[in-house]
Design a protein around this ligand. Structure first.
Ligand SMILES: Nc1nc2c(ncn2[C@@H]2O[C@H](COP(=O)(O)OP(=O)(O)O)[C@@H](O)[C@H]2O)c(=O)[nH]1
Ligand SMILES: [Mg+2]
Length: 303
């Protein structure tokens, strides 16, 4: 994988996201490359155009000579579905391009949203050697881990007023977005959506490091605005580095990764200790679930 073999990276991703035998050892070996990629999360409702925009952004970053990785954690996401006819060729292009690695993680390991294995998946592509690493996620707010705790730069994707779309954005994502992409700028109502977003953001306190969130209209259909959006992402990264905020965010990510590993292992280890004997104790009223649960968690009361 470190020699740039895509099939190996794909296998490693399956091992860590599905927690197959050996995943801990693999993650341990890959960790030394952590932090090598600039990670960018694209979140937004299904249909807002995240996958389409990512295809455009990949082309943009490739033109800059960068290697790009994409992890789509969205069961509805397929880079071919939702793509325009003209885009098919582009996707084919990406598929043949050794500088691009795209993979959907809507597998058994990550069905609904981001979970504890996303960090391991990111470390795989960092070791594989991508410079920009894009994570596509719906960002429902019900994920085990929030995208803002996982990536360096959060891009919230919305489209011109789509029913309660903008409301959902206000409630959940106004705080986490570093860049707001108003996609489908080829449709009407773009100006109004951009203005409303800017208005709402003007009330929010400045982000860490003093960054003022950007609002950028873009069309994945026509590619208009893609360069500007790409520049927003690059400039945010530069700002993170210059302000020291990148170091802070990386520490926050590592703290979250560690806490997820701990809770995952505690949970699994304690569950493995449960025997029929423990159920016998409960059914005979010789123990209660709270006390027994506490003991099993502490590694006591093996039966
Ligand atoms: N008019 C228009 N449609 C778009 C644009 N971007 C995406 N779409 C369409 O919106 C739908 C959802 O796109 P997709 O990229 O799959 O959205 P995702 O669910 O957020 O990943 C598809 O039918 C796309 O063709 C755009 O810029 N303009
Ligand atoms: Mg998608």
């Amino acid at each position: 994988m470190r020699r740039g073999e895509p099939a190996a990276a794909a296998r490693a991703l399956s091992v860590v996201t599905e927690e197959r035998p050996g995943h801990e050892e693999l993650s341990r070996l890959l960790f030394s490359d952590h932090g090598r990629s600039h990670t960018v999360g694209l979140c937004g409702s299904p249909g807002s155009g995240k996958s389409s925009l990512i295809n455009r952004l990949v082309a943009h970053f490739r033109k800059r000579g960068e290697t790009v990785g994409v992890l789509a954690v969205d069961p509805t996401s397929a880079f071919t579905g939702g793509a325009f006819l003209g885009d098919r060729l582009r996707i084919q292009e990406h598929a043949l391009d050794k500088g691009v690695f795209m993979r959907s993680l809507a597998t058994r390991g990550m069905m609904g949203g981001l979970n504890s294995t996303i960090f391991a998946a990111i470390h795989v592509l960092e070791a594989y050697g991508v410079q920009r690493l894009i994570v596509e996620t719906v960002g429902t707010g019900q994920d085990e881990v929030d995208v803002a705790e996982v990536v360096d730069t959060v891009v919230c994707v919305t489209a011109p007023y789509q029913g309660d779309e903008f409301q959902a954005m206000k409630a959940g994502t106004m705080e986490i977005g570093d860049v707001f992409a108003v996609n489908k700028a080829d449709l009407p109502e773009v100006e109004r959506t951009v203005a409303a977003l800017k208005d709402a953001l003007s009330l929010a306190p400045r982000k860490g490091g003093g960054w003022a969130p950007r609002v950028t209209p873009v069309s994945a259909l026509s590619s208009k605005g893609v360069t500007e959006l790409g520049n927003d992402i690059v400039e945010h990264h530069a700002h993170l580095e210059a302000s020291g905020e990148l170091r802070e965010r990386r520490r926050r990510q590592l703290r979250r990764e560690l806490s997820l590993v701990i809770s995952r292992r505690l949970y699994r280890d304690a569950l493995e200790r449960v025997t029929e004997g423990h159920i016998d104790l409960l059914s005979a009223n010789k123990a209660d679930p709270q006390t027994l649960g506490g003991k099993l968690l502490a590694g006591k009361n093996r039966k």
